[in-house]
Write a protein that binds this ligand. Structure first.
Ligand code: MD6
Ligand code: FE
Length: 217
């Protein structure tokens, strides 16, 4: 099902696409804030630089990550967890910028999840060839809280599977400004990102940034 809406976004088409119960793509929803988001991102990264974390299996992730908010998602040889402290700096993660929080809350509401106040924002940076294999997001305490995912920069193909790893996955192209909100019946669906194709975005450069908001605690 696809609904076409024309927002008052300076002629930019804001298409809202349902990927099944609980999962919505708000195409181009973050475009009006692109400059403010990228400027806030630079401040976050100045305090907590991108790094390639190690998975419990001992592999370096091809995606570089950092966090902001009171909790940050981390992985190392001992497993995945949310931690209030950046293990690289030994300091709390940078505060979540107001423009991040406002966007996440607004997008969640638009998709039917009211009063969403995330406490964690995982930031992923993809260069050409980087990928994320199929996984579930299940390190959070309360699966009634949705996840809001913002794509910036060069495009990606998002794999969106079912509740079992072997379920067939659909492919959704995510481009600059697209916001995916998922919760409810979709909250534990497997998902991933196919290897990123070489491209260039005028504002972001040769990579893709993904902001994933969660209510972790
Ligand atoms: C990404 N996203 O888009 C990877 N997880 O770069 C995720 O793994 C993800 O987009 C949970 C909810 C939304 C997501
Ligand atoms: Fe995920």
């Amino acid at each position: 099902m696809t609904m076409n809406l024309f927002d008052s976004m300076g002629g930019i088409e804001a298409r809202q696409e349902q990927l099944g119960p609980g999962a919505t793509v708000l195409h181009r929803h973050a475009v009006p804030e692109e400059t403010a988001l990228l400027s806030a991102l630079r401040d976050v990264v100045a305090g907590a630089p991108f790094r390639h974390m190690v998975t419990p299996g001992g592999f370096h992730m091809s995606v570089a990550v950092t966090n902001c908010g009171s909790l940050g998602w981390v992985t190392d040889r001992t497993g995945y967890r949310y931690d209030p402290i950046d293990p690289v700096s030994g300091l709390p993660w940078p505060r979540m910028p107001e423009v991040f929080l406002a966007l996440a809350t607004r997008a969640a509401a638009r998709a039917g999840f009211g009063e969403y106040v995330p406490d964690a924002c995982l930031i992923n940076r993809y260069v050409t060839g980087a990928r994320v294999s199929l996984h579930q997001d299940k390190n959070e305490q309360d699966f009634d809280q949705p996840i809001v995912s913002v794509s910036l920069g060069i495009p990606a193909v998002f794999l969106f599977g079912g509740l079992n790893r072997a379920d067939r996955a659909i492919r959704v192209k995510l481009t600059h400004g697209d916001v995916v909100v998922w919760g409810g019946a979709a909250r534990l669906r497997y998902h991933g990102i196919l290897p990123i194709k070489e491209d260039h975005h005028p504002l972001v450069g040769d990579h893709r940034i993904n902001l994933t908001f969660r209510k972790a605690a």
